[in-house]
Design a protein around this ligand. Structure first.
Ligand SMILES: Nc1ncnc2c1ncn2[C@@H]1O[C@H](COP(=O)(O)OP(=O)(O)OP(=O)(O)O)[C@@H](O)[C@H]1O
Ligand SMILES: Nc1ccn([C@@H]2O[C@H](COP(=O)(O)O)[C@@H](O)[C@H]2O)c(=O)n1
Length: 231
């Protein structure tokens, strides 16, 4: 018989939002792995639908054309934090969604309301389906996708720190150009009408500029454990 002492902990839903390069993916994956939770990279889903639009000749400058095609691709996300996956119509797109072309077009596609409705439904159904809980990272998770999340975190970092991190990843990329590209994408994501990048009123803001990745992970793990202990 299951008693209170040996019962499985109730599912915990963690929303992690913030601008580009603040450490959302690295932190979310590590926190989920450490706590035995699922992990969902919602940016990968917007990148996947953008990849499909580009591959199918949809004019990215035409929101009506994007809206008309929004329900066509079948996007499937694997939520194991040790090996997250993303497929479109059965094709593994983990690599092609990270190209410069997709990165430069994703904000235009993700601003189309029909795209957001489609992807938001997908995200909610994935979050509802987890047994132990999930860490979901993106731009509008705490405000729109999962407004009842148990814990909401909003990560920030200076544009300089974020550009330096990304340039390190892109080996030799010009830091100033990277910084300008980050700022441009954040402005587009913050400025769109539907579900913009924003901090939820009840989110905990963590400025990661001066923190190592390990320190950020520890901070978020502690916040999740505190939330669990309160319940
Ligand atoms: N606190 C930190 N200190 C140093 N480097 C970090 C820190 N957090 C993340 N990084 C590094 O910065 C880079 C960007 O991190 P990550 O991809 O997790 O950011 P993100 O917020 O998910 O970005 P995006 O929204 O663009 O996908 C990675 O190379 C990661 O290892
Ligand atoms: N909840 C979200 C998540 C992402 N986006 C859009 O996708 C782009 C790519 O996100 P990455 O995290 O992979 O960099 C991002 O710039 C947004 O345009 C979104 O709208 N909502």
């Amino acid at each position: 018989m299951e008693t209170a002492a040996n019962a499985a902990p109730a599912a915990v839903i963690v929303a992690i939002d913030g601008p580009s390069g603040t450490g959302k993916s690295s932190t979310s994956k590590a926190v989920a792995a450490q706590l035995g939770l699922s992990y969902l990279d919602t940016g990968a889903q917007y990148r996947a639908i953008t990849w499909w639009m580009v591959n199918n000749g949809i004019d990215i400058a035409d929101p009506a054309a994007i809206a008309a095609a929004a329900d066509k691709p079948d996007i499937v996300s694997g939520t194991d934090p040790a090996a997250p996956t993303i497929t479109v119509d059965g094709t593994d797109v983990a690599a092609p969604i990270r190209t410069q072309e997709v990165t430069s077009k994703v904000s235009a596609v993700s601003a189309v309301p029909e795209v957001r409705t489609r992807i938001t439904e997908l995200q909610r159904s994935i979050a509802r389906g987890t047994e132990l809980g999930i860490v979901v990272e993106g731009r509008d998770i705490g405000t729109t996708v999962l407004p009842d999340a148990d814990l909401k975190i909003f990560l920030t970092a200076s544009p300089e720190a974020r550009a330096a991190r990304r340039s390190g990843e892109l080996k030799g990329a010009d830091v100033n150009a990277t910084r300008e590209a980050l700022i441009k994408r954040d402005a587009a994501d913050s400025g769109r009408k539907t579900s913009p990048l924003a901090k939820a009123g009840d989110a905990v803001e963590v400025d990661t500029t001066e923190l190592s990745l390990q320190q950020v992970i520890e901070c978020v793990v502690t916040l999740v454990e505190e939330k669990r202990a309160e319940r």
